[in-house]
Design a protein around this ligand. Sequence first.
Ligand SMILES: Cc1cc2nc3c(=O)[nH]c(=O)nc-3n(C[C@H](O)[C@H](O)[C@H](O)COP(=O)(O)O)c2cc1C
Length: 196
Amino acid sequence: MGNRILVFYGSYRSDRMGIRLADYVIERLRSRGDDVEFIDAKAVNLPILDRMYKEYPKGQAPAVLEDLAGKIRAADGFIFITGEYNWGVQPGLKNLTDHFLEEWFWRPAAIVSYSAGRLSGARAATAWHGTLSEMGMVVISSTIGVGPIGQTLSEKGEPIGDGGKALDHAFPRFADDLMWWVDAAKAQRQRKAPPY
Ligand SMILES: Cc1cc2nc3c(=O)[nH]c(=O)nc-3n(C[C@H](O)[C@H](O)[C@H](O)COP(=O)(O)O)c2cc1C
């Protein structure tokens, strides 16, 4: 099996569109041989943040947080599928990520944004860049931006039209970049334990 990658997505809307992009990314990574797990914030459905995972006494965090903390610690890298609400991030995914901190450290992360319009969620992607950096991830420079998502991916997450062609063209280079950093971070963690 290849690298262990967690793919996060966080729209809670009934008619959510970003799930198409999550499906696409997961399928493409698996076809490259990576060990991918989808973390759907809507399915996890954490309450609005009260205590962070680390604020519970050891062994007393709710099972859902314990489970997620283990998955985040064991991952080699992360992909965030990010939509844009009013020039900002989607609250469901932000709420999930805020429950953790040290669990994220020392791994690379990549941002894949989308929107209903042509700007492809670029403003949310910019916001996530700072947030993920603050949480101890190394955010790679390659990004994917998809817009309009309804004209780029079918309901099944299959590429359609010129937008779909452009996405298929961009994806391998994006994934190569992420996996290079994933390999680099993995090698460095084996060579030398993280300083804190
Ligand atoms: C509350 C809300 C705010 C939105 N704000 C923006 C925005 O600032 N920029 C944008 O390009 N699209 C915006 N949109 C349109 C979204 O890009 C589009 O609805 C997209 O499908 C949302 O992702 P989701 O379907 O996965 O929830 C907004 C949509 C909603 C529901």
